[in-house]
Design a protein. Structure first.
Length: 131
C-alpha cells in the first residue's frame, strides 16, 4: 500500500478528492516535473526514438514515453497512439508509480483498471503492458 502524502490517499494538496491512489513521494515527483519543465513541450526526436526502440524490442504495435502529473498521464512520445494525454484515473502509469521496479500486466483484457481509452485509441489489440 502506498505511503500517505500527508494529504491522505484520496486527497490532492488543494483538498479535492481524487479517484486514484497517491504515492508516498507524490510531492517530490510533482516538484521534479515542475523543475524539469518537460510537461507540454513539443515532440523531441530523442524521445520519439526511445518509443520506436521500445516498440521494436518488445515486438508491439504501440509504445510510449509518458509522465504522470497531478491529474493526467501525458505522452512525451508515442508510437501507435494518437492522443497526447489521458486522465490519471485511467492511466496504468499512475499505478506503476506506486511500486518500485517494473510493473508488468500480462493480460490487459482481464484488468479492469487502466488506460482503457488509451488502449482503444491505439487501435491495437493490446494484450499486455509493462511500465
Amino acid at each position: 500500500m502506498p505511503r500517505s502524502t500527508g494529504f491522505g490517499p484520496d486527497r490532492r494538496a488543494d483538498g479535492m478528492a481524487v479517484p486514484f491512489p497517491i504515492p508516498g513521494n507524490e510531492i517530490e515527483r510533482l516538484r521534479a516535473l515542475q523543475r524539469d519543465e518537460i510537461l507540454d513541450t513539443p515532440p523531441e526526436a530523442e524521445f520519439d526514438d526511445l518509443a520506436r526502440l521500445a516498440a521494436g524490442i518488445c515486438g508491439t504495435p504501440a509504445a510510449f514515453v509518458t509522465l504522470v502529473d497531478a491529474n493526467r498521464q501525458w505522452f512525451k512520445a508515442a508510437v501507435g497512439l494518437d492522443v497526447r494525454e489521458v486522465s490519471r484515473d485511467v492511466a496504468f502509469c499512475a499505478q506503476a508509480i506506486l511500486q518500485p521496479g517494473v510493473m508488468v500486466v500480462p493480460d490487459l483484457q482481464a484488468r479492469r483498471a487502466g488506460p482503457d481509452s488509451a488502449s482503444r485509441s491505439a487501435r491495437t489489440s493490446s494484450s499486455s503492458t509493462a511500465g
